[in-house]
Design a protein around this ligand. Structure first.
Ligand code: DP6
Length: 371
């Protein structure tokens, strides 16, 4: 198999294979990929070098919130020991994004050594509003990683789709941890869990067990409560788990919650799903409130929305619940059969808490695609 014959350990290509690749590199080309964002049900919060999670996480892959990236590559005529790329966001050069990509290239170079042989132009755009407070790192890094692996694939007809997905997820992880969960769908798992075969800290895998039809086509409507810059970057946030008084217990709890979610996905028990998912969201924020320095990333409107959801659930038979990222926006998760009633509820009661009344309707999706 390609992986075993051409990689030694950890996705690295063998020296022999690298020289074969380098002899056959295409001189120029263009690859476009679209890759979605994802929303974690069991949260990744805490990592160790390099980009390895302290606990396993599970997410719904989204559908509408995507990054579309075109990578144009041209073989260099003069050797240089540096990466060379231009970066355009929505048609305009964006210098402040370059250090993140430079770091990404440095981290992945050992696995895709041919990237130093090319000059790249990276053109990217998001389907969601730029300043929506929605992290574009998951969709952005997974899209770029996919374009790079697609160059390798061009040289290697033998590389299977599964191997391609694994390597892409592996590289995406080195750009942004949660990005490794965006490549496939509708549910992915990242991080070793003793009850989940083939689970690994190195890349995400498609959730391997049965999922009840109650969770098919699940909806995620993102209420944009605060569209400003993140108060604390994820990287800084993850660091706060080092020496955090509750860290060890939290990592254990996340693994237990994965076990719970596995049986919930099988049985279709949405009430139990709500309990795990909302508890995960609040625990993530509790970790930030109890670290040093401490942060409150919710806004008053975040809390108002949560209370409204709880009231609504009490007063109706709705299975609507919420989850949160490391920010003030609220993700509303609900079964497909409630899509009209929940939309009514949002318009009637929740829109007032959204900045400029904005929200994004999304649902679970199937992952990245080459175009
Ligand atoms: C709260 O993946 O953005 O969204 O690995 O530093 O890029 P880096 O962090 P990132 O962290 C995401 C954290 C989270 C939870 C989650 O998506 O699991």
């Amino acid at each position: 198999m390609y992986l075993y014959s051409n990689y030694n350990n950890n996705m690295k290509l063998s020296a022999q294979f690298v020289s074969k690749l380098e002899d056959n590199l295409p001189s120029t080309g263009k690859i476009t990929c679209k890759s979605p964002s994802n929303i974690a049900l069991i949260k990744y919060w805490g990592k160790r070098p390099v980009q390895l999670p302290e606990n396993p996480s599970i997410s719904f892959t989204l559908d509408t919130c995507r990054t579309i990236t075109t990578l144009t590559y041209k073989k260099r005529t003069v050797f240089s020991d540096d990466f060379n790329f231009e970066f355009f966001f929505e048609g305009k050069p964006k210098e402040d994004f370059k250090p993140k990509i430079q770091k990404f290239f440095q981290r992945i170079e050992g696995y895709v050594p041919f990237i130093k042989q090319y000059d790249f132009v990276i053109e990217t755009e998001n389907t969601f509003p730029h300043s929506s407070g929605i992290a574009s790192s998951a969709s952005g890094m997974s899209a770029l990683a996919y374009c790079i692996v697609a160059i390798e694939k061009e040289l290697n007809a033998e590389m299977t789709q599964r191997e391609m997905m694994q390597k892409t997820s592996f590289l995406a992880r080195l750009g942004s941890g949660s990005a490794c969960r965006s490549l496939e769908g509708p549910i992915t798992l990242w991080g070793y869990h003793k009850e989940i075969p083939n689970s690994t800290d190195e890349y995400a895998i498609p959730y391997p067990f049965e999922v009840h039809e109650n969770f098919q086509n699940y909806r995620d409507t993102i209420l944009l409560v605060d569209k400003g810059e993140k108060q604390v970057s994820s990287t800084v946030g993850h660091d706060l788990m080092h020496g955090h008084p509750f860290a060890a217990k939290r990592f254990e709890q996340a693994s237990e919650n994965i076990t719970k979610l596995t049986s919930i996905f099988k049985s279709g028990d949405i009430d139990a799903f709500i309990e795990v998912v909302e508890s995960e969201a609040l625990t993530l924020h509790a970790m930030m409130m109890t670290s040093l320095p401490y942060f409150i990333l919710m806004k008053p409107n975040t809390l108002s929305i949560i209370n409204k959801i709880w009231e609504y659930r009490k007063a109706s038979k709705s299975k609507l619940c919420f989850t949160l990222d490391a920010g003030a926006n609220v993700h509303l998760l609900y079964p497909e059969n409630e899509k009209e009633t929940v939309l009514d509820f949002i318009k009637r009661e929740l829109v007032v808490y959204c900045q400029k009344g904005q929200y994004i309707c999304d649902k679970v999706g199937l992952g990245a695609q080459l175009l």
